[in-house]
Design a binder for this molecule. Structure first.
Ligand SMILES: Nc1ncnc2c1ncn2[C@@H]1O[C@H](COP(=O)(O)OP(=O)(O)OP(=O)(O)O)[C@@H](O)[C@H]1O
Length: 574
């Protein structure tokens, strides 16, 4: 997405910004903001006092007035002390507001991302935004920091500009220019000079720095892609080590890093151009006001104090007019961040709009049966994997779904779980009854073994003795001593052990409906037989729907649904 500044950008940005200030934390946020604004105004006031002090101080030097000199040094110490206290608290409170705002926004984004399985549905979108993790961790951080920095900066600059423009106006007097036989008097000419100087500088900076907006936008994205590929290596280290895939991985890393490098190189060249200009501009700014005021000083219209005060006032006014110059890069970055967050929001909105509008209707009914009627399961490109499926299952039933690899068995399970949006038909599910889906890849969350066993619920509800009893049934007794050990269990446990953990989870949670997607594929046949028998004993009334290729599974089910991958299906009583 190319960042653009248009009405919808400003509308989106406004929506993004305003939520926090109208949230349940609004009073705290607004009080902090008020304090920050007041402190920043106080900073400007102190700068004005210091500027006036400049005049008197340099005059005391010029007049060799030692008593006045020491009394002004004392005054300076006081002004400086107050200035420091105000500046420290202005920064401290601003950071406090930043982190509070970020905490609130992060909570909101996390909830939206997790709600309605949006994290899963997002990846099914064609135009899904890249790296949602980066949006939540990095972009929200940058957004709050930059928004506050820029807006507080703008406020402080405006007030500084207004105060010092008045001072400079009063100090500069009139410049009389001969123009075609006439004399033209320009009042407050130093203000005009600094204005022209700054506007010229700003215009050139914007012209040179403009491409940085898009470049920064891409840089963030390439960095995240590169980081993600490194994380994948860590997550899949064993498979890669078995394959000896290091060379291929290196090629992949280099490819991704090349994008980081190339883009940074372009940024670097652009920044170099910009820095040629901005550092030249700020160097000239040191001498420029002295040159402009020098004629009045040497003409005797200004004392040394006046000269020094004028120079600092000129500097402040120029700084004010040049606000866009010094904060141009931040502004560009901020715009890129806002665009990325808006892109993410748009994708989430698209997913949510689809969620209510899907072809497959999942209806919770008072009925005790699970009924599938007229169900078509399709791929995102519209190709149908399954046509007009009709199915009724009651408590205690067991159904085995078979068919060749890739025919759509897991996709049917996703559809029944309500996370696959492509297709049409109706699935009526008994309301209030618990359902547990065990996907093909066992998932163990970060944390202790207990967390893994009780997932997705927390601990506390089931006693230790019950957990240990079930672990013994699932042939996991050797791990009972490690229940509270936090480790990377998905890397430590064998696939068969992970599948047994999943079975223990089922027995502990006792769902009324259980969906197993090749949940015993890594187990030997005798353990598989044992576990299915235990399932029947422990969960006598649970309906079990399994997916599997093995013939041995047939013996544990009453019905068999065969899919042929072209949409046809057949249902057999076993
Ligand atoms: N997100 C997706 N986008 C596009 N196609 C997909 C997506 N997910 C799955 N598919 C395709 O849908 C088809 C069915 O996949 P599914 O996982 O349901 O097969 P399966 O019958 O469970 O296979 P297996 O027995 O190998 O596990 C496959 O051709 C797969 O490539």
């Amino acid at each position: 997405m190319r960042p653009t500044l248009n009405r919808s950008f400003f509308k989106g940005m406004w929506n993004l910004t305003r939520t926090y200030w109208h949230s349940e934390e609004k009073w705290r946020a607004r009080s902090l903001l008020t304090a920050i604004v007041l402190l920043n105004l106080a900073v400007v006031y102190m700068l004005v006092l210091l500027n006036k002090w400049n005049n008197r101080f340099y005059n005391s030097l010029q007049d060799y007035d030692i008593d006045r000199f020491w009394s002004l040094v004392g005054e300076f110490s006081l002004l400086a002390a107050v200035y420091i206290i105000i500046a420290v608290y202005a920064m401290y409170l601003q950071q406090m507001l930043e982190i509070n705002w970020r905490r609130w926004l992060t909570g909101r984004y996390l909830r939206t991302w997790l709600h309605n399985q949006t994290y899963y549905r997002l990846q099914l979108l064609d135009n899904s935004s890249d790296n949602p993790d980066q949006r939540i961790s990095e972009d929200l951080n940058l957004f709050t920091t930059l928004t506050l920095d820029l807006s507080v900066g703008l406020l402080r600059t405006t007030v500084t500009l207004a105060s010092f423009a008045v001072i400079l106006w009063n100090l500069s007097g009139e410049l009389v220019l001969p123009l075609g036989g006439h004399q033209v008097a320009i009042p407050g000419y130093l203000v005009w000079v600094s204005f022209i100087y700054a506007v010229l500088g700003t215009w050139l900076t914007v012209k040179i720095g403009r491409p940085l907006i898009a470049l920064n936008y891409h840089q963030q994205r390439y960095e995240a892609d590169f980081r993600f590929s490194l994380i994948r290596l860590r997550e899949n280290s064993e498979s890669i080590a078995f394959y000896g895939g290091e060379r291929q991985e290196e090629i992949n890393f280099s490819k991704r890093f090349k994008k980081v490098f190339d883009n940074f190189w372009t940024i670097m060249l652009r920044r170099k151009k910009l820095t040629w200009f901005t550092s030249g501009y700020s160097q000239i700014a040191i001498i420029f006001p002295i040159l402009v005021v020098a004629p009045r000083y040497f003409g005797g219209q200004l004392a040394l104090g006046g000269l020094m005060q004028t120079v600092t006032a000129f500097d402040k006014v120029r700084e004010g007019f040049s606000f866009f110059i010094s904060s141009y890069t931040s502004l560009a970055e901020w715009q890129a961040v806002v665009n990325r967050l808006l892109g993410f929001d748009a994708n989430v909105a698209q997913v949510n709009a689809q969620a209510g509008n899907e072809g497959v209707k999942i209806v919770d009914t008072a009925d005790s049966e699970l009924q599938v009627s007229g169900l078509d399961v399709a791929l995102p490109n519209g190709v149908r994997l399954l046509k007009q499926l009709e199915l009724r299952l009651a408590a205690g039933d067991s159904l085995l779904i078979t068919g060749q690899s890739g025919c759509g068995k897991s996709t049917l399970m996703r559809t029944m779980a309500g996370i696959w949006p492509f297709g049409q038909g109706t699935i009526r599910r008994p309301a209030g009854q618990s359902m547990l889906f065990l996907p093909q890849k066992p998932y163990l969350p970060q944390g202790t073994l207990r967390d893994a066993l009780l997932y997705p619920y927390g601990g506390g509800l089931i006693s230790d003795s019950r957990i240990k009893e079930i672990m013994a049934i699932c042939r996991l007794s050797e791990f009972t001593g490690k229940l509270d050990m936090a480790d990377n269990w998905s890397h430590i446990l064998s696939l068969g052990e992970q599948q047994r953990i999943a079975f223990a989870r089922v027995m502990l949670q006792q769902p009324q409906w259980l969906f197993l997607d090749e949940a015993t594929s890594a187990l030997d046949e005798s353990t598989e037989r044992w576990l299915y028998r235990q399932l029947k004993e422990q969960l006598a009334t649970t309906a079990i729907i399994s997916i599997g290729h093995r013939n041995t599974l047939t013996g544990y089910h009453k019905m068999k649904l065969s899919l042929d991958g072209d949409g046809k299906w057949s249902l057999l009583q076993l």
